[in-house]
Ligand binder design. Structure first.
Ligand code: NAP
Length: 204
C-alpha cells in the first residue's frame, strides 16, 4: 500500500507557486507552520525544489524524485519515480513513519500526486504575483475545506494568508465534466472553496 499523502503548498490567488526556481514571496510565519507540519516525517519533492533548498530539510526524510543522478546520503534518498519514492518510505529502518508522506512540491510533483492525496494543507496567499509555476486545480467537487485560519501578515511576511486544510470528499459531489484541462488552476473554484471554508467555525 502507498503511504497516505498530504500535499503542503502556498498558493497565490492566481495559482502561482513559484518564480525562476524559487518562491515569489517571503512568508516566515508560513515557514514555521511548514516546519511543524513536516518535521519527523518523510517529505517528497522534485529535483527543482530540492536544488532550490540551502540544505536538506533537517529532521525529515528528504525523498527527492529526480533523474539527475543525485546520490542518496544521510537524510536524502534519491529516487527516479514516484513508485520508488513510496517504496523508499515504506522500507524498514528509515526511522520515519512508513505510512505517511508530505508532498512538498513543486508543480510537477503536485500534479502527479494530487489525485492520490487524502489531504491538502494549503496556505492561500493574498496576492497575485508574477510566476512561472502553478498549482494544479483544486476541484470543489472533490475537496472539502475542514479547517481554516486567517493569518495577518507579520513583520517578516510579505502578505496575509489564509491556511485551509482540505479533505477528499467521499464520495465526490459530482464527476467533473469540465471541458478544460482538469489539471489547470481555476480562480473560480477556489473562490467557491473559500466561501465554503468561511462557514467553518474558528478553531477553539
Ligand atoms: N509555493 C509552494 O508551496 C512551493 C513548494 C515547492 C516548490 N515551489 C516552487 O515550485 C517551483 C518548482 O516546481 P517545478 O515543477 O519546476 O519542479 P519540481 O516539481 O520541484 O521538480 C521537477 C523535477 O522533478 C523530477 N521529476 C518530476 N517528476 C519525475 C518523475 N516522474 N520521475 C523522475 N523525476 C521526476 C525532474 O527532476 P530532475 O530535473 O532533477 O531530473 C523534474 O525536472 C520552484 O519555483 C519552487 O520554488 C513552490
Amino acid at each position: 500500500m502507498n503511504p497516505s499523502l498530504s500535499l503542503v503548498a502556498a498558493i497565490a490567488e492566481n495559482g502561482v507557486i513559484g518564480l525562476r526556481g524559487g518562491m515569489p514571496w517571503r512568508l516566515s510565519t508560513d515557514m514555521r507552520r511548514f516546519r511543524a507540519l513536516t518535521i519527523g516525517k518523510a517529505v517528497i519533492m522534485g529535483g527543482v525544489t530540492f536544488r532550490g533548498l540551502k540544505a536538506p530539510l533537517a529532521q525529515r526524510l528528504n525523498v527527492v524524485v529526480t533523474r539527475s543522478g543525485l546520490p542518496s546520503s544521510g537524510l536524502v534518498v534519491s529516487v527516479d519515480s514516484l513508485d520508488a519514492a513510496f517504496a523508499a518510505i515504506r522500507a524498514p529502518g528509515t526511522g520515519f513513519p512508513p505510512d505517511e508522506a508530505m508532498v512538498i512540491g513543486g508543480a510537477a510533483i503536485y500534479r502527479d500526486t494530487i489525485a492520490l492525496a487524502d489531504r491538502l494543507h494549503i496556505t492561500h496567499v493574498d496576492a497575485r504575483p508574477d510566476g512561472d509555476t502553478f498549482f494544479p486545480r483544486i476541484d470543489p467537487t472533490a475537496w472539502r475545506p475542514v479547517q481554516r485560519e486567517e493569518v495577518p501578515a507579520g513583520p517578516k511576511d510579505d502578505f496575509a494568508t489564509t491556511y485551509i486544510v482540505y479533505e477528499r470528499r467521499e464520495p465526490p459531489l459530482a464527476v467533473d465534466g469540465g471541458g478544460r484541462d482538469p489539471q489547470f488552476w481555476r480562480d473560480g473554484d477556489v473562490g467557491e472553496l473559500l466561501a465554503e471554508a468561511a462557514e467553518l467555525r474558528r478553531p477553539a
